[in-house]
Write a protein that binds this ligand. Structure first.
Ligand code: NAD
Length: 272
């Protein structure tokens, strides 16, 4: 295998929610690996900032302010990407998020808001990007940013966990439909990742070993955006040309551990 197959040279990527956090890390890393990147964030200022960072890395960086829930905006996003950058090779469905809430505190509004963003929000960008990939006769890669909460029970995150679990099976199903048309569909499932969102809601994270032990993370540190971005580069690249339908855990081993962790005295115990 040619080592350059990990590169994304001149591929055109759209990253939804690319204005901060994990999406920003993916956009920057894609640019470092040679891709041109379109930042599709609903906050214009954040999108512009990250697009400028991409340009500083010597690649085309374009911010197209987009709310992924609005089909008209999403169609404009893809049309402009094709018109200005020549096509679409990679879509990262990253925009999403949640806040702690017990089911009984969600209410109909909270329930619907989660579903609109984390599940319905998959439709518009995926539909428009797949059509553009097929029209352009290009091979494509779609990457859905799920969560460890898609794979395990998640009290306080019930509706979010359900949306992300739906995303995982959507990933598999779409992979089957599009495989013989040259489009691969995969996902990533991060555990906790240190982002502005996390710091805002949980206080500062140190990323240190004590915190990782508290959270039961086997690799002994909290995830960083670069960890998720690296997995996305792999899935987007030709190095993963025979990989489709998977959701890759990027979680320091947490899901595999099923709660087993080493106590401060070095003994193994079930995490609680
Ligand atoms: N941070 C974590 O610990 C973690 C863990 C697992 C999975 N995830 C997932 O990773 C993804 C990114 O999370 P993050 O922590 O970087 O989030 P974040 O809140 O830091 O950033 C999300 C970005 O998406 C944008 N956005 C929100 N709604 C949008 C919409 N409707 N249309 C377009 N853009 C929109 C925001 O403006 C923001 O720039 C999410 O799907 C989240 O569920 C995060």
């Amino acid at each position: 295998m040619d080592p350059s197959s990990i590169l994304l040279t001149d591929k055109v990527a759209i990253v939804t929610g690319g204005g901060q956090g994990i999406g920003q890390g993916i956009a920057q890393t894609f640019a470092r690996f040679g891709a041109h990147v379109v930042i599709a964030d609903k906050v214009a200022e954040s999108g512009e900032k990250v697009a400028a960072e991409v340009r500083e890395l010597g690649r085309e960086g374009l911010a197209i302010t987009t709310d992924i829930r609005d089909f008209e905006q999403v169609n404009t996003l893809v049309e402009r990407t094709v018109a200005e950058l020549g096509g679409v090779d990679i879509l990262v469905n990253n925009a999403g998020g949640t806040r702690y809430a017990e089911f009984l505190d969600l209410g109909e509004r909270g329930w619907n808001r989660h579903i609109e963003l984390n599940f319905n929000g998959l439709f518009g960008p995926t539909d428009a990007a797949v059509r553009a990939m097929l029209d352009g006769g290009r091979k494509g890669s779609i990457i859905n940013v799920a969560s460890i909460e898609a794979l395990r029970a998640a009290p306080m995150f019930s509706v979010y966990a359900a949306c992300k679990a739906g995303m995982v099976n959507f990933t598999r199903s779409l992979a089957l439909e599009l495989g013989d048309r040259g489009i691969r569909v995969n996902g990533v499932a991060p555990d906790v990742v240190e982002t502005p969102h996390l710091v805002e809601y949980e206080g500062s994270t140190t990323g240190g070993t004590a915190e990782a032990r508290d959270r039961g993370i086997p690799l002994g540190r909290v995830g960083q955006v670069e960890d998720v971005a690296g997995a996305c580069v792999y899935l987007a690249s030709d190095m993963a040309s025979y990989v489709t339908g998977i959701t890759l855990s990027v979680d320091g081993g947490t899901f595999a551990s099923s709660g087993w962790t080493r106590n401060s005295d070095g003994r193994w115990a079930l995490f609680h």
